[in-house]
Ligand binder design. Structure first.
Ligand code: ASP
Length: 342
């Protein structure tokens, strides 16, 4: 009987593996082997760990859909060989990458755990070791021969979250992430406690499918008091624009000026998909609750409900490649596909 879980650890870049360039004082990516030498504890883990590194590790600000696909293809190629995957990634855009991957993989039946750190692994006060070691342990959890976690997770500072529910909330604190609309999937203290009822339940009869194509002809339009007609017009006139994530106030409210609604209405009639997400850190869009969101609903703006902006980006890029009619796009966007919305 197989006892040890096999884990593939993939280094894509990020602070965890960075070192200070003493000429410039800036942090830059360094050699993955050196990173591993800094964590002799890995040998103490009960799992079999194999490692792989991006040829040119990235600061995650340089991550993009090509990089997402590179991670996804690495997982896909190795899917049958390993019980779980741990992806080391910069924290800056980790929620975007991890959310996108959750949509790119349909019928995921194994854990893909993203982690990173606020301080490099070589730093005396680093948070990297705990994040990495516990992520590996989580990826290796099994019950009756099946993985306990079967979704894309993000582990940081003692908490495992559903990745597509997360957002980076702090550039300095070790607790850099939050999942404001969904409780953590697991918490690490003296014991590792997994909240089993909150986990994604995969359909294990279905085969893993990787959706490779994403459409990045989208933009995020963040509303602010005083936004002008020319700004909105200019942004929504971008050539080839297919989707807009409209970051609105509160429960999905925006100015109900005629000029604003007319621009949106016209663009929607020309095929633009517009999704309403809230600027609030927590809570949900409820179009129709106020007069200032009633019209948005009437003209065909899609509700992002309690989705994060990060997950909305991934979901939109994924759905735009499916050539859906406006009606079907709306129905599917408003449905939870990977646990990303209530
Ligand atoms: N700039 C770094 C990155 O996102 C920050 C980090 O890793 O925490 O790659």
């Amino acid at each position: 009987m197989k006892t040890k879980a096999r884990i593939l650890l993939v280094y894509t870049g990020g602070t965890i593996g960075m070192i200070k360039d003493y000429d410039t004082g800036a942090l830059k990516a360094f050699n993955f082997d050196e990173l591993l030498q800094n964590i002799p504890e890995l040998k103490l883990l009960e799992h079999e760990i194999e490692t792989l590194s991006f040829k040119d590790p990235l600061d995650s600000s340089n991550m993009n859909p090509d990089g997402w696909l590179q991670i996804a293809e690495t997982v896909e190629e190795n899917y049958d060989k390993y019980d779980g995957f741990v992806i080391l990634h910069g924290s800056d855009t980790m929620s975007y990458t991890a959310s996108a991957l959750s949509f790119m993989f349909e019928n995921l039946g194994k854990p893909i755990i993203f982690t990173g750190s606020q301080l490099p692994i070589g730093d005396l006060r680093t948070d990297a070791k705990e994040n990495l070691i516990t992520s590996i342990q989580i990826a290796g959890l099994r019950k009756k021969g099946k993985p306990v976690i079967s979704e894309v997770g993000l582990y940081f500072e003692y908490k495992l979250y559903r990745a597509n529910r997360t957002t980076k909330i702090n550039a300095e604190h070790f607790q850099a992430f939050a999942s404001p609309n969904y409780s953590p999937l697991a918490e690490s203290g003296v014991y590792l406690s997994v909240h089993e009822t909150d986990l994604w339940k995969p359909d294990r009869k279905q085969k893993l499918k990787l959706h490779r194509h994403l459409d990045n002809d989208i933009l995020i339009l963040k509303m602010f008091p005083g936004i002008s007609k020319s700004t909105v017009e200019h942004m929504l006139s971008k050539e080839n624009l297919k989707g807009v994530i409209l970051e609105t106030f509160g429960s999905g409210n925006a100015p109900n000026d005629e000029w604003f609604l007319n621009i949106l209405k016209e663009k929607i009639s020309l095929g633009l998909r517009i999704v309403n997400v809230t600027q609030c850190i927590a809570g949900s869009v409820t179009m129709g609750q106020y007069e200032t969101s009633m019209e948005l609903k009437k003209i065909g703006v899609v509700s992002g409900k309690d989705i994060t902006t990060e997950a909305a980006v991934g979901k939109m890029m994924y759905l735009l490649t499916k050539n859906l009619s406006a009606k079907v796009f709306k129905t599917i966007f408003e449905t939870s596909l990977r646990g990303e919305m209530a």
